[in-house]
Design a protein around this ligand. Structure first.
Ligand SMILES: Nc1ncnc2c1ncn2[C@@H]1O[C@H](COP(=O)(O)OP(=O)(O)OP(=O)(O)O)[C@@H](O)[C@H]1O
Length: 266
């Protein structure tokens, strides 16, 4: 039986006169890999901020696990945008993951054996056991990203939020991190909201997408949303979607959202 982890009802977000989206009704289920796509400035990060309780909706409601989204909600694991660690960072991989474990029990530290066992399990879960003792600054971007995911999973969240976790990773690491998050959704049953501007690395794992553009949106399976017709309507200009070898190529979308003026028909 699937259960609803995230629910938005009639959700709208505007900044001043600019509406990023309105009338958004959405449910994300446990075990679902849900991606948020859209061009720069379309509101992907703002969407995550709403879920994190850092940004209030202009109208409508948002609930996580049946409770209003608030800052520090215990059901959420969050993987922020990748920033590489300074090579001098005096933390080993396992210390970084341990911060997530500790963070779960403010003040009440787990016994050291229990703590170590939990960190080991998390390192193993993301395939990082081999470099648990290596300083984080010496690891590759993809390795660091696995550790951030382990850290986010430390509290056993029901909802995992990932903000562009593939940015600045090479193709091989993009694939590995996508597979890891896919496994967390489909294997471990976590609801995943994954912000990205590139669908291809996650195309084998993603269940549904929210595509934001031009102050509007569309929700559905990839093959329903990523079509020339739907994207042309969202962008307000002719956009072509091609499929080749299981990849999707979008041609002709404007660089930035042009909001309400759709006059520059190509
Ligand atoms: N607190 C705010 N007040 C006013 N405008 C804001 C605020 N936060 C974001 N914006 C504007 O809202 C729009 C959407 O921003 P957001 O960061 O959510 O987009 P994004 O899709 O994540 O973009 P990118 O892909 O470039 O990261 C941008 O034009 C941004 O300038």
């Amino acid at each position: 039986m699937s259960s609803t982890v995230l629910e938005l009802r009639k959700a709208s977000l505007s900044y001043g006169l600019r509406t990023l989206w309105s009338g958004l009704d959405l449910q994300v289920q446990a075990g679902e890999f849900f991606a948020v796509l859209g061009p720069n400035g379309s509101g992907k990060t703002s969407f995550l901020k709403v879920l994190l309780g850092l940004q209030k909706l202009s109208s409508g409601s948002v609930e996580i696990g049946g409770e209003a989204a608030t800052q520090g909600h215990r059901g959420i694991g969050y993987v922020p945008q990748q920033k590489g660690f300074d090579p001098q960072t005096p933390l080993r991989a396992r210390d970084l993951v341990g911060l997530g474990v500790d963070g779960d029990r403010w003040g009440v530290r787990l016994g050291s054996a229990e703590y170590r066992a939990r960190v080991d399990t998390l390192l193993d879960q993301v395939g990082a056991s081999e470099y648990g003792n290596v300083p984080v600054g010496m690891l590759s971007g993809g390795e660091q990203q696995r550790l951030r995911i382990a850290q986010a999973l430390a509290t056993r969240p029901e909802l995992l939020l990932c903000d562009e976790p593939l940015l600045s990773l090479d193709l091989q690491h993009q694939k590995a991190v996508s597979a890891l998050v896919g496994e967390q959704a489909h294997g471990a049953g976590t609801a995943v909201v994954f912000v990205t501007h590139e669908i291809n690395p996650i195309i084998d794992y993603v269940d549904r997408v929210l595509y934001l553009a031009g102050g509007s949106f569309r929700v559905g399976r990839v093959e329903e949303v990523m079509t020339s017709e739907v994207l042309s309507e969202l962008y307000g200009t002719r956009v072509e979607v091609f499929r080749s070898n299981g990849r999707i190529v979008v041609v002709g979308q404007p660089d930035a959202t042009t909001h309400s003026h759709h006059s520059e028909e190509g």
